[in-house]
Ligand binder design. Structure first.
Ligand SMILES: Cc1ncc(COP(=O)(O)O)c(C=O)c1O
Length: 370
């Protein structure tokens, strides 16, 4: 049996929307872009949506629009995709890391508190793997110190925290539509949502070359627009997002059931009554991670490691900021032991059972000793 790690959806409805947009709209900043922004903002229950050509661009422009610049510090999690911290560097500021809690793999607000100085301007909590961060504690800490809160919701479209969708829990939230995400646009793409009109206007201008009118520019802008064809696909995907997230939750519940008897594994954080995660990834943790990955791959099961290194130990961050290891032990532990097993909408009960059986075999037959 072959079981892919991820499997993006691009069906006839999306193909039609793409062709229609290509044939009848401007390629750049066509009607679908603005409709997608409206739809997505409404989905998050926010006033404004501004699309970009990536989640990284959304994060970068959010920081700039909020006034983050050289001399400022921005606290975020080292257990994330490198782009979270890159956006801070792009804005000219210094990324400062605070460790995660191993129960959720998200920013520990106590660690955050310890990292705040007079130069700190913003915090970027990451809803890693689609599991919402403890936003009440983070926002309260941020407010007490006058910091902006930018949610990195790039992996968490539709996740719910205490009855509210992520994207509506800070000042600004950023999403990615990269093909592996719960919602994609059949290519790269991103979106920023906010209730702050000024921030939305600034970002809309900056992503479009800083233009006031066609050839008049009053800020140094970027070419960071989402293409019309991608927005048209995104609009169709958004209509299905809740139903798709529900399917991911059902898949996760099956894995939970089939794997819960294995003491050697740490399963994803429990759901509880206050959070509804969206399982962008289903990540298990174990001591013999590399051997299990090899075993599963030999048996046709796609696996991933999210991530091989915490951001502070990426070669460029070691070089720029002098990290050498040991600074953020929980994030380092996560990266040493995490394994993403298949999670997508084309998984069947049989496939989930097969993956789970292979994991059982790995321990029962002590494959890790080989
Ligand atoms: C947590 C996180 N932040 C930021 C990004 C950057 O998004 P993009 O790849 O669309 O630039 C990603 C995704 O790739 C991500 O997973």
């Amino acid at each position: 049996m072959k079981v892919f790690l991820a499997s993006p959806i691009f069906n006839d409805e999306m193909k039609k929307a793409a062709i229609d947009a290509l044939c009848s709209e401007r390629f750049v900043l066509g009607e679908s872009v603005f409709k997608f922004e409206e739809d997505f903002a409404r989905y998050c229950k926010m006033d404004y949506g501004v699309s970009t050509n990536s989640g990284t661009a959304a994060l970068h422009l959010a920081l700039v629009a909020l006034g983050v610049k050289r001399g400022h510090r921005v606290v975020t999690s080292p257990a994330s995709f490198v782009a979270t911290a890159n956006a801070v560097v792009h804005a000219g500021a210094t990324p400062v890391f605070a460790d995660v809690e191993l129960q959720t793999y998200n920013l520990d607000f106590e660690q955050l508190r310890q990292k705040i100085t007079s130069e700190t301007k913003a915090v970027i909590p990451v809803h890693l793997y689609g599991y919402p961060s403890d936003m009440d504690a983070i926002v309260e800490t941020a407010r007490r110190h006058g910091l902006c809160v930018i949610e990195d919701a790039c992996q968490a479209h539709g996740a719910v925290y205490k009855g509210r969708r992520v994207g509506s829990l800070g000042d600004v939230a950023c999403f990615s539509f990269y093909p592996s995400k719960n919602l994609t646009v059949a290519g790269d793409g991103g979106m920023l949502v906010t209730d702050d009109e000024e921030v939305a206007e600034k970002v809309a201008k900056m992503r479009d070359c800083g233009r006031v009118t066609k050839y008049v520019h009053d800020v140094i802008g970027y070419t960071s627009r989402l293409n019309t064809v991608n927005a048209a696909v995104g609009r169709v995907q958004l209509k299905h997002l809740d139903e798709w997230n529900e399917k991911r939750r059902k898949n996760a519940a099956l894995y939970d059931r089939f794997l819960s008897d294995l003491d050697e594994l740490v399963l994803p954080p429990s759901v509880g009554s206050e959070v509804e995660p969206v399982y962008h990834l289903y990540v298990i943790r174990l001591k013999h991670r590399n051997k299990l990955k090899k075993w599963l791959e030999e048996n046709g099961v796609g696996c991933g490691i999210h991530y091989v290194l915490p951001i502070h130990l990426q070669p460029i961050y070691k070089q720029l900021y002098g990290f050498s290891g040991g600074e953020y032990p929980k994030s380092e532990e996560l990266c040493r032991t995490c394994l993403s097993i298949p999670m997508h909408l084309h998984l069947t009960l049989d496939k989930i059972r097969y993956v789970s059986e292979k994991i059982h075999e790995f321990f029962e037959n002590k494959i890790y000793e080989k």
